[in-house]
Design a protein around this ligand. Structure first.
Ligand code: UGA
Length: 435
């Protein structure tokens, strides 16, 4: 199949490269010529484990190419995927569909012969209908079928998620599109990944419902963690105990500083807005959004409390800035809110993150960025672990203890058993545990 991927951001790039790796011929298109230039030179705009090797391999074997020219490759394509950004619209929290509609307009003038236009960006229910309307308006003779095919990739595990998905959701209205999509996903289908065919609006809602449910699950365990602290229970044991029930499932039950990233915050908000617009409020998700927001501030208060309350003019070390490990993505990272609240309280911050510091620098211009955890700890009264990177799982506490007087370790991801840390003279504060 000849596939064109419009938008070489996270989703577009990962999906395009993986389709090429399945044997399809893929052209990745982006308006940003610096990005395309870098990709052509083998430099990736994002950090994702394993992606650079996969790009190099598929460029070498001629199945993957990059261009800023949309019209040429679209005219030859069997399927054109729209994988452009849908950020939160400033002011009202709705998904901003400007890029999706602009892409649709350009595609409309470039298609030749029957073409499946696949929406991979996360878009509210009804966007597929609007894209179809744009095609009718811009190019009435174009023979296209508009499909919704949401993606469920997690940053940091995107290649595995793409190649071994729990399911592939395809929402279509035209039978011919079903055949093309079956062909495109055949390599996975043969791997027995279930292909769920449904109508377009349902597919669009599946994406939001999935992300909202996961965000709600995390928020649920975060609130149970708070309760555990009050009643003297252990949230990790509670998560284990409830997660063993297949109906609940063990994943996404790690209590922490609140969810972040480019998806959950934006998608929960967009679902809330859509539901309000249709006079069918999703109150559980409204509560989820509010609880998650206040949790990040509560985490800053927890760190201050752990330091005895007097923090003005003192230094705190922060380990981990990205919204989760194995990414350089700082979007909606809980660390941003937590650090800002600490700065507002007069704290000086020394921080270290394995991949996120370049992105973090302009967002946190007043903090000190350090080369490693030990340098970050120098002169600090407390160390706060915010993101659970693997390299923070075996810290040398004897060495850390040398850097800090009267040391406190605030573990917002429950990485360590408290006995291990207390042995080195630290006071330990975790999440939802007896300390
Ligand atoms: C999420 C979904 O997991 C993907 O299925 C979806 O495709 C993607 O959004 C998207 O819509 O594009 P992602 O944002 O990459 O993926 O990251 P997750 O691994 O889901 O983590 C999101 C946040 O939840 C992180 O801040 C993480 O630390 C937090 N989290 C996750 C917890 O606090 N506890 C958990 O148990 C799990």
């Amino acid at each position: 199949m000849r596939i064109v991927m419009i938008g070489s951001g996270y989703v577009g790039l990962v999906s395009g490269v993986c389709f090429a790796d399945f044997g399809h011929s893929v052209t990745c298109v982006d308006k940003d010529d610096t990005k395309i230039g870098a990709l052509k030179a083998g430099r990736l705009p994002i950090y994702e484990p394993g992606l650079d090797e996969l790009v190099a391999k598929n460029v070498r074997n001629g199945r993957l190419s990059f261009t800023t020219d949309l019209a040429g490759p679209v005219g030859e394509a069997d399927a054109v995927f729209i994988a452009v950004g849908t950020p939160s619209r400033r002011g009202d929290g709705h998904a901003d569909l400007t890029f999706v509609y602009a892409a649709a307009r350009e595609i409309a003038h470039a298609v030749r012969g029957f073409t499946v236009v696949v929406d991979k960006s996360t878009v509210p229910v009804g966007t597929g209908d609007e894209v179809e309307r744009i095609f009718r308006e811009e190019s009435p003779q174009a023979d296209v079928a508009v499909v919704s095919n949401p993606e469920f990739l997690r940053e940091g595990a995107a290649i595995t998620d793409f190649k071994r998905p729990d399911r592939i959701v395809v929402g279509f209205e035209d039978e011919r599109a079903r055949d093309v999509m079956t062909e495109i996903y055949r390599p996975l289908y043969l791997n027995s990944s279930p292909l769920i065919f449904t109508d377009r609006r349902t597919a669009e809602l599946i994406k939001y419902a999935a992300n909202a449910f996961l965000a709600m699950k995390i928020t649920f365990i975060n609130e149970i963690a708070d309760l555990c602290e009050r009643v003297g229970a252990d949230v990790q044991q509670v998560a284990r105990g409830i997660g063993a029930d297949n109906r609940i499932g063990s994943k996404f039950l790690h209590a922490g500083p609140g969810y972040g990233g480019s998806c959950f915050p934006k998608d929960t908000l967009a679902l809330v807005k859509t539901a309000q617009d249709h006079d069918s409020p999703v109150r559980l998700i409204e509560a989820t959004v509010a609880i998650n927001e206040s949790r990040k501030h509560a985490m800053a208060r927890r760190i201050i409390r752990a330091c005895g309350g007097e923090v003005r003019g003192r230094t705190i070390a922060v380990l981990g800035l990205t919204f989760k490990p194995n990414t350089d993505d700082m979007r909606e990272a809980p660390s941003l809110t937590i650090i800002q609240a600490l700065l507002d309280a007069g704290v000086m911050i020394r921080a270290y993150d394995p991949e996120g510091m370049e992105q973090a620098k302009p967002m946190l211009p007043t903090i000190t960025f350090c080369a490693d955890p030990y340098e970050a700890a120098r002169g600090a009264i407390a160390i706060a672990l915010i993101t659970e990177w693997d390299e923070f799982r075996a810290l040398d506490f004897a060495r850390l203890a040398e850097q800090v007087a009267d040391p406190v370790f605030v573990d917002l991801r429950n990485v360590y058993p408290h006995e291990e840390i207390e042995r080195h003279g630290f006071r330990y504060v975790g999440i939802g545990r007896r300390s």
